[in-house]
Design a protein around this ligand. Structure first.
Ligand SMILES: *[C@@H]1O[C@H](CO)[C@@H](O)[C@H](O)[C@H]1NC(C)=O
Ligand SMILES: *[C@@H]1O[C@H](CO)[C@@H](O)[C@H](O)[C@H]1NC(C)=O
Ligand SMILES: *[C@@H]1O[C@H](CO)[C@@H](O)[C@H](O)[C@H]1NC(C)=O
Length: 315
């Protein structure tokens, strides 16, 4: 029937037109940086250009942004609402407004806007004592090994180790583009999970994401302050069941031992620069109902030498 055909064609045409309109408006409104929410984006001569808040540096939105630029953006994003009480001491270690070089990498020497300076590793973690303006940091020491320790929320049946390993490997590869090669091990001993990331400079091509950036994105995801635009896509699950994490601990290990003075360093463990501890209790359900509340308890951000940690654990 001709009239039928025409109507079919009309509706097909309508559908195509509709799709074209949707696509066109999506392209206009869709100028965003999917892998970094801390950006402002604009169409510039036909392409979507995104710059990081704080530094205004242009970023490639199909890959991770460097931790240095992200930390800078975070400092920029968080204006202090109330003045600091007089004589109050703020333990700012771990989060500071960093100096990044032209490619977004941490500068070896960091200062806190006064004349207090210190040296950091490629993950931006302090690896020397604090000094004054005369402090020299001859090179940026690479963090080539990162251990992420997770504590799973209590549940009746532990998962199978092979399934936890497989899920986390897939997750890290798909979400952060880190090749399997750089994940030598994932261990599971309920309720603890340990993910090992290892990457020497020689193994890393310019297209590879850096393990320090991966750890930072992962930490943010676990704390449910994702840096991705579509954070609802965050779905950490093992064999179809959600994997709820209540604690994350990150160890940064450098190519060279850290240079903290006045400690009796024990050979063998001195190459370990520790630790960012973020203890918090949260869950997907909690998050949905309480998303406006601060569910995360920001416990402590501190750098210690491994021996000191051990002594504290034993105390
Ligand atoms: C810089 O660090 C020193 C020593 O930790 C501290 O006394 C000072 O208040 C810090 N300044 C700022 C602006 O954070
Ligand atoms: C952006 O990153 C992607 C993924 O690593 C890479 O393929 C692409 O070449 C990069 N683009 C630019 C302009 O550097
Ligand atoms: C999360 O992933 C699991 C298994 O991959 C799937 O069954 C579940 O529907 C996903 N949940 C969401 C909210 O996407």
């Amino acid at each position: 029937m001709p009239s039928h055909n025409i109507r079919l064609m009309e509706s097909a045409y309508g559908a195509v037109l509709f799709l074209m309109l949707v696509t066109a408006s999506a392209a206009q409104d869709g100028c965003i940086c999917p892998m970094n929410i801390r950006t402002t984006c604009e169409m510039e001569s036909g392409s979507c250009i995104c710059r990081v808040l704080g530094s205004n540096q242009r970023v490639n939105c199909s890959t991770l942004t460097s931790k240095c630029l992200l930390m800078k953006a975070e400092m920029y994003r968080t204006p202090r609402r109330f003045p600091k009480p007089e004589h109050a001491f703020l333990d700012n270690d771990g989060l500071y407004d960093p100096d990044c070089d032209a490619s977004g990498i941490f500068k070896a020497r960091q200062c806190n806007k006064t004349d207090t300076c210190w040296c950091v590793n490629s993950a931006g973690v302090r690896r020397t004592d604090k000094g004054d303006d005369n402090m020299r940091c001859s090179e940026l020491v690479r963090t080539n090994w990162i251990l992420i320790e997770l504590k799973q929320k209590e549940r009746v049946d532990p998962f199978l180790e092979a399934e936890v390993e497989n899920s986390l490997r897939q997750f890290i590869q798909n979400r952060y583009q880190l090749r399997q090669h750089f994940i030598p091990a994932v261990k599971y001993d309920y309720p603890f999970i340990q993910i090992e990331l290892k990457q020497d400079l020689l193994q890393k091509t310019y297209r590879d994401v850096d393990i320090a950036d991966v750890a930072y994105y992962f930490e943010k995801d676990i704390k449910r302050t994702s840096l991705f635009h579509f954070s609802n896509a965050f779905n950490l699950s093992v064999s179809g069941e959600p994997l709820d994490i209540e604690e994350i601990l990150i160890y940064y290990i450098d190519e060279k031992p850290p240079e903290f003075s006045m400690k009796q360093l024990t050979p063998g463990i001195i190459a370990v620069v520790v630790v960012v501890v973020l203890a918090f209790i949260t869950g997907i359900t909690m998050f949905v109902f309480n998303r406006w509340r601060k569910t995360g308890k920001y416990e402590k951000v501190e750098i210690k030498e491994m021996g000191e940690m051990k002594r504290e654990e034993n105390a």
